[in-house]
Design a protein around this ligand. Sequence first.
Ligand SMILES: [Fe+2]
Length: 477
Amino acid sequence: MLLHLFFLLSLFLTFIDNGTAGKTSAFVRTQFPSVDIPLENEVLAVPKGYNAPQQVHISQGDYNGKAVIITWVTADAPGSSQVRYGLSKGKYDFTAEGTLTNYTFYKYKSGYIHQCLVSGLQYDTKYYYEIGKGDSARNFWFETPPEVDPDASYKFGIIGDLGQTYNSLSTLQHYMQSGAKSVLFVGDLSYADRYQYNDVGVRWDTFGRLIEQSTAYQPWIWSAGNHEIEYFPYMGEVFPFRSFLSRYPTPYRASKSSNPLWYAIRRASAHIIVLSSYSPFVKYTPQWHWLKHELKKVNREKTPWLIVLMHVPLYNSNEAHFMEGESMRAAYERWFVKYRVDIIFAGHVHAYERSYRISNIHYNVSGGDAYPVPDKTAPIYITVGDGGNSEGLASRFRDPQPEYSAFREASYGHSTLEIKNRTHAFYHWNRNDDGNKVTTDSFTLHNQYWGSGGRRRKLNKNHLHTLILDRPSTALF
Ligand SMILES: [Fe+2]
């Protein structure tokens, strides 16, 4: 009798949810020029002074947010790798010593890359810091996150496939108006690999100078995309990710990862897992072992929000890069559902798309549903590979729009995720409308572990409802 009532209720919900079919936005942007900003433009300028630090950027330096890695480049001489820092401007009571590295790419010789771990910081505190010497010294600041706590509020930005065009600059400036405290970056940074020979290194330098206006002041959490691979046998460059790994350190050891390309951090009330779409990930590979272990470590009592970053989307209804995420979906989707990941951000496709909560984990080649079905325990998938790079937009979506796709639009933009407490977060996608920031897609995200009443939900819930609701049509947040 109870099962019968449940079945009728499910049918009723299916019926009323038919009004929430996906939407393909009709917005068509007039094309801002998708060309890289010329080298002589002032936003790419080398800072004044002999050997002045440039391309300053910071990332989280530990597992819990009490450390930052500060990275910068000096062009003329090795100089100092020291960071002087303190709690008020110009009063630097503490110092930290970093390390120096450089690399070659074809015949390009990089500047001196300084990386300095500043650790033992207090939570929720503004620090001022200085790098460089004498007249060339430069001053910045950053804020540490609140202590890891289930109700810590925090606002993240999400940016992908940024590049260094006028659209990239516009997206960056829009993001900086958002009030977000840290960027979750979903891969494809500089697009320097679209150049050849020594210009590849030159364009990594210009990218570093372009983004410094944000990255010197708040951590960007990096993941790698295909444009970081830089496998160019014709130039003698066959060591993948050489530029990225030399320039953008990650705190991978803090999460017991063996590789900087995949790792995890905890920040405020979020546990963030960064994966590499372009490293081995099938069963028994290092990334697979690490992810299996890391998911078990997630403690939703401490960090209710479980967020995964990767470059290639697992669900994508754009003609561009269609099905490229299928192999990783087959490898990991079951875990993402089992562990109730809240939201998965990806890039790669130069457009915006959001899914309903769906999963496709019953298909096993010889049987089961071979298409996604509504699944309240599944993540929401968001593709935000629309930072504004020189390759332009991916404007051809597949038609008709698949039922799992909730909203999609081919224009540039960035997202924000504003976590309020353990149960609620506000999500926005902000279109870059020819230079204007227009909030276009938004919703309230309910935590996958904590019910809206603050009661815990059980993990590993069975999927009875997905078997009864055999067609995807529901908006399940
Ligand atoms: Fe990509």
